[in-house]
Design a protein around this ligand. Structure first.
Ligand code: FAD
Length: 430
C-alpha cells in the first residue's frame, strides 16, 4: 500500500519504520524543519540535548527494544537520579521510603500513610477499578487531606493547573506504578541515550530511507483529502499527494482541522480532548544550581513547577563542563505566561532561582533558550477510557495515533513507539 504519515515525532517515525518493514511504500510529512516532535533536540556546546528534558524508565520495554534493534544499545545508560521536593524554602530528598519517613512537612502519622499509599499503588494492578475516581478524591480519602494538600495536590496542580481537581486517579496510579518500577533498593535508575534521544530519531529516519520510504520536513499537511468516505491523499504546500491510506500522529485539534468531514461521536471525542501546554526555559550555567536532578516545587509563590537539572543526571563533562537545567512549566495555552518570550520569562523566573540556591547569581547564565509545546500533556479526567477515539477513524483507511490515545499509562516516548507499532498492525489488517 502507498501510505502517507503525518507528523515526524516518535509515533510518526515508529509507524513509518514499521510500515516500511512490512513492505509498504511510505511518505512522511513533518511541518517543522527538523524531526523528533516533542523529543526534538538542539545544541549546547556542540552537543545535542533535548528541547524538553527526557529520560526513560526500566519499564519502557518498546523503546528499549527499538534502541537495541537500531544498534544504539551501547549508547543507552542507566543512571541514578536524585529527586527532591522544595517546600517552604527547604529541599527534601524524595525517592526512598526512608526519604518519605523523614519528610517533615507532614506529621509522622501522615508520613506513614504517604509511604503505605505509595507502596499500595506501586503493587496495585487492577486500574479499571479506579476509573470513576478523581485523584483528588481518592488520595484525600486514603492518604489524608494533609498529604493531598502538601504533596499530591501541588504535584497535580503543577501539571494540570486549574484542571487538577478533574484528573482521574488512573493517571496518578500510572505515574506512581511506572515510576516506582524504576526504583529498587532505595535508588531510582533512569535511562538516557548518550548523545541524546536525537540519535534514535536519526536512526529511525535512516532506516525508513534505507527501506525506500520518503521523509519530507518543513512540509505542513494542510488537508487530508477524502472522497466518498474514503481517504485518497494529502494536500501539502498546495500540492496533492495521492495515498491508499493515511496515518496522522498530530494532536487532535490539528487533526480535526485537516479533516473537517469528521462528525458524530468520533469528532465529539476529539473535540473533547484537552491539553496543558508545556513551556521550558533551558539555561546553560557556569555552576550547578543544586545537587538534585528532578526538583518538584511545592510553593505557590514560585512561578514554575519543576527544575530538571540535566547535568545532575548526565555528567557536565559531556557538555564542555556546562550545567544544563530546564525550568519547566505546564500552563493553559491561554495563560499570559505562555505568550512571554525567553527574556521576559527569564526575568520573571530569576528572583526565584535563589530560593533553590541562595548563592545563585544571574552572571552564571551563559545561554537561555525557550521551547514551547501547545499539546504538552493531555488532560486525563476520570472515566477517560470512554472518551478515547479509536485508531481506526470513520473514514475508510484513515487512522489516528496521538498522545490522547495513550492510557492507562501517561504519555511518553515509549508509548509513542508503541502507538506507531499498533496503528501499523491495524492498518495491515491486524
Ligand atoms: C516537557 C516535556 C517533557 C517530557 N519528558 C519526557 C520524558 O522524560 N520521557 C518520555 O518518554 N517522554 C517525555 N515527554 C513526552 C514525549 O516527548 C512525547 O510523549 C512523545 O515525544 C510524543 O511523540 P508523538 O510523535 O506521539 O507526538 P509529537 O512529538 O507531538 O509529534 C507530532 C508531530 O506532528 C507534527 N505536526 C503537527 N501538525 C502537522 C502538520 N499539519 N503537518 C505535518 N506535521 C505536523 C509536529 O510538528 C510533531 O513533530 C515529554 C514531553 C514534554 C512536553
Amino acid at each position: 500500500m502507498n501510505v502517507g504519515v503525518i507528523g515526524g515525532g516518535i509515533a510518526g517515525l515508529s509507524a513509518a519504520y514499521e510500515l516500511s518493514r512490512r513492505g509498504h511504500k511510505v511518505a512522511l510529512f513533518e511541518k517543522e524543519p527538523q524531526l523528533g516532535g516533542q523529543a526534538a533536540t538542539f545544541e549546547i556546546a556542540g552537543e545535542r540535548v533535548e528541547r524538553f528534558y527526557h529520560h526513560i524508565f526500566t519499564s519502557d520495554s518498546d523503546i528499549i527494544q527499538l534502541i537495541h534493534e537500531l544498534g544504539l544499545g551501547e549508547r543507552l545508560v542507566w543512571l541514578d537520579s536524585r529527586v527532591g521536593f522544595l517546600y517552604r524554602g527547604r529541599i527534601y530528598d524524595f525517592v526512598t521510603p526512608r526519604d518519605l519517613l523523614r519528610f517533615r512537612p507532614v506529621s509522622p502519622v501522615d508520613r506513614v500513610r504517604l509511604g503505605l499509599v505509595s507502596l499500595y499503588l506501586r503493587r496495585y494492578k487492577d486500574w479499571p477499578r479506579l476509573e470513576g475516581k478523581t485523584a483528588q478524591g481518592w488520595i484525600t480519602k486514603y492518604a489524608g487531606r494533609r498529604n493531598y494538600e502538601t504533596v499530591w495536590g501541588p504535584l497535580l496542580r503543577n501539571k494540570f493547573g486549574a484542571s487538577c481537581g478533574e484528573v482521574g486517579m488512573v493517571w496518578l496510579w500510572g505515574k506512581i506504578h511506572l515510576r516506582f518500577s524504576s526504583r529498587s533498593r532505595g535508588r531510582e535508575r533512569l535511562g538516557y541515550l548518550m548523545g541524546s534521544f536525537g540519535l534514535l530519531v536519526d536512526a529511525l529516519a535512516q532506516r525508513i530511507a534505507d527501506l525506500g520510504g520518503k521523509i519530507y520536513t518543513s512540509s505542513p499537511v494542510s488537508q487530508i483529502v477524502v472522497q466518498g468516505e474514503k481517504v485518497v491523499g494529502l494536500q501539502v504546500g498546495g500540492e496533492f499527494h495521492p495515498f491508499d491510506a493515511v496515518i496522522a500522529t498530530v494532536p487532535s485539534p490539528a487533526f480535526l482541522h485537516m479533516v473537517p468531514q469528521l462528525s458524530g461521536e468520533y469528532a465529539a471525542k476529539l473535540k473533547g480532548t484537552r491539553y496543558q501546554a508545556a513551556a521550558c526555559l533551558v539555561l546553560s550555567l557556569k555552576a550547578p544550581l543544586s545537587p538534585i536532578y528532578w526538583l518538584n516545587i511545592s510553593d505557590a509563590t514560585i512561578p514554575f513547577v519543576a527544575i530538571i537539572e540535566h547535568t545532575n543526571f548526565v555528567d557536565p563533562s559531556n557538555y564542555g563542563g556546562r550545567h544544563i537545567l530546564y525550568i519547566s512549566n505546564y500552563l493553559s495555552p491561554h495563560d499570559p505566561r505562555y505568550q512571554l518570550d525567553s527574556d521576559q520569562l527569564l526575568e520573571e523566573y530569576l528572583p526565584h532561582l535563589q530560593k533553590v540556591n541562595p548563592n545563585f547569581e544571574p552572571g552564571w547564565i551563559e545561554q537561555c533558550h525557550l521551547f514551547r509545546e501547545e499539546a504538552g500533556q493531555p488532560i486525563i479526567a476520570k472515566n477517560y477510557s470512554s472518551q478515547i477515539a479509536e485508531h481506526r477513524t470513520p473514514i475508510s483507511n484513515l487512522y489516528l495515533a496521538n498522545t490522547t490515545q495513550i492510557y492507562p499509562e501517561d504519555r511518553g516516548m515509549n508509548y509513542s513507539v508503541r502507538l506507531g507499532l499498533k496503528v501499523s498492525e491495524i492498518l495491515d489488517g491486524g
